[in-house]
Design a protein around this ligand. Sequence first.
Ligand SMILES: Nc1ncnc2c1ncn2[C@@H]1O[C@H](COP(=O)(O)OP(=O)(O)OP(=O)(O)O)[C@@H](O)[C@H]1O
Ligand SMILES: [Mg+2]
Length: 227
Amino acid sequence: MPIISFANPKGGAGKTTTALLLAMELAERGAGVTVIDADPERWISQWAGLPGKPDNITIQSDVTEESIVECIDEAAQDSQFVIVDLEGTASLMVANAIGMSDLVVIPLQGSSMDAKGGAKTIRLIRNQERLARRKIPHGVALTRTSAAVTSRAMKNVQAQLARAGIEVFQTPIVERAAFRDLFDYGGTLATLDPALVSNIDKAQANARSFAGEVLSWLKSSRMAEVG
Ligand SMILES: Nc1ncnc2c1ncn2[C@@H]1O[C@H](COP(=O)(O)OP(=O)(O)OP(=O)(O)O)[C@@H](O)[C@H]1O
Ligand SMILES: [Mg+2]
């Protein structure tokens, strides 16, 4: 039932890749997941057209600015998790999806640290929080980081963002061929061929750790609501 949106008006920030990784990981844990594919490029729908999509991942690609609210509501009734892969612009569709979300993940390329898109998303979230008169949990996920980046360097980046009042997921999404190759070969990280793709185990560990963190964020925000 939780709704998790991936938003950053900056194109190529890693929204689609990170959204698919999370969907796969939640499905691997046995959950029924609906992905609402609101990316005009429809990458996740194309992935779903390749062989190997897990049965417990459903893709909803027929979504427009007018239908997104209804589409998210319906998916939330049927699925344990709803993941919304948003377009790389700041549109009414993005604002509506954010307004309905239990968690907004803001992917941001860790290498370039291009935070402008991220800042724009956070302003959008703050506006939606005012409209809805509730907090919308959100955090930056650093993407395409180098595998060589030390945890100390990561901690520095996180500390910098934290000083600006921005929460950051501790697990960055590392630049991995496996994450790109999913969209070519289809299937999941578990079904990629190790003879063709390197470091699948590291990619899996990365996706698993990110999903674990998302689950604990959802849990703690729900506890905050109850408490
Ligand atoms: N962790 C990663 N490892 C390797 N390649 C990546 C990773 N994250 C993203 N990419 C690549 O970077 C490009 C942009 O990523 P992606 O499509 O996920 O971004 P996006 O934010 O959804 O873009 P858009 O705004 O166009 O929808 C793609 O070619 C993708 O394969
Ligand atoms: Mg995308």
